[in-house]
Ligand binder design. Structure first.
Ligand SMILES: O=C(O)CCC(=O)C(=O)O
Length: 342
């Protein structure tokens, strides 16, 4: 009974298929189109560990991120959006807008502010989650769809920055030493964390583009320290202590709106700004809300925790025991999906 029922069904399917596609020969099997994830696996039969199955990345893009730890997507953010972010940044620098939780960093040397006379230049603002206009960057659908390919559907915005690299005062202090972002993060797994970094204007070697060491995301988290630079180094700009100097460096020349997504273990930094203008980029570090916090005691991140906690205590005037993870829990904000662990 079973047998003849199954046979009957397959015959009916065969008739239907012949009707839909007359060229289909009798007996041909139904072959559904492969998904992009299947295509990627067929073309590059490696184990994917840095990306999730998705229908967005081409097999080449997926393979590139897996092998190199970064992926540049051209023209992802519109000029209109970038102008809105630039205006909001200007208002913050002019003190016209106050943002709860925002950290404003100024240059260690004497670079003058572009907006307010007699003030040291703002080199970076961090943790702008409390500013609805800037936070819009973290929720742009065209960015989140790439982020989702790496972290999955539940996405936390963990760390936000607008970097305003000042013209170098001649001391090379506008450089950002080579580092791994994971050094700053007490959450794991690293593969479910990704940074998006968008150029707010053309950024090339003259105004200090990003420099990356392709493939370095496959190595471990390394020891970081303040580099011993003659002209000094900005606060919290730690550098990776030793890395393979023979790895070729790639300079990422990007146009306004171009966005690079990169892994938190990718060794990267940025060069000196030899121009007269301030070079701007906006970025967000995303993590799956499924990630978990770790205790960094006894690890290479322990010293960093002490530095962060000292800054937080000074800022908030509290004397209770704050841990690195508390500082992250307070500042992070859901970008999409559900908040789970972080
Ligand atoms: O925009 C830059 O100059 C690099 C920023 C960076 O790598 C960082 O802040 O971690």
């Amino acid at each position: 009974m079973e047998e003849s029922g199954g046979r009957g069904a397959s015959l009916r399917l065969e008739v239907l298929l012949r009707h839909l596609s007359p060229s289909r020969a009798a007996g041909a099997t139904l072959a559904p189109s492969p998904t992009s994830a299947q295509l990627a696996k067929e073309k590059y039969p490696t184990q994917f560990c840095y990306t999730l199955d998705n229908n967005l990345l081409s097999p080449e893009q997926r393979h590139f991120y897996e092998e190199n730890g970064y992926l540049v997507i051209r023209n992802l953010v519109s000029s209109e959006d970038i102008e809105c972010f630039r205006n909001e940044f200007m208002k913050i620098c002019k003190n016209e807008v106050k943002v709860p939780g925002l950290v404003i960093m100024r240059d260690i040397s004497i670079a003058k502010s572009e907006f307010v006379a007699d003030q040291k230049a703002v080199t970076k603002i961090q943790d702008f989650m409390g500013d609805e206009e800037l936070f819009r960057y973290c929720t742009l659908p065209q960015i989140l769809k790439y982020v989702e390919c790496i972290v999955g559907p539940n996405i936390m915005a963990m760390h936000t920055m607008l970097i305003n690299k000042p013209p170098d005062p001649g001391k090379k202090s506008s450089r950002h030493p080579l580092h791994q972002d994971l050094h700053y993060f007490p959450f794991r797994p690293a593969d479910r964390i990704v940074c998006s970094w968008t150029a707010m204007e053309r950024i090339d070697r003259r105004n200090g583009c990003l420099v990356v060491l392709p493939g370095s995301h496959k190595g471990p988290l390394k020891q970081h320290d303040y580099p011993e630079w003659e002209g000094g180094v900005n606060k919290m700009y730690h550098g990776v202590r030793d890395y393979d100097k023979s790895t070729p460096r790639v300079h990422l020349v990007m146009e306004k709106g171009d966005t690079v997504f990169f892994h938190p273990l990718l060794i990267h930094g940025s060069g000196m700004n030899r121009t007269e203008g301030f070079r701007k980029a906006i970025s967000c570090h995303y993590a799956s809300s499924d990630c978990h916090y770790i205790d960094v005691k006894g690890t290479s991140q322990e010293k960093l925790e002490e530095e962060v906690v000292a800054i937080a205590k000074k800022k908030y005037g509290v004397d209770s025991p704050i841990k690195l993870k508390d500082a992250w829990m307070i500042r992070s904000r859901l970008a999409k999906g559900k908040r789970i662990n972080l």
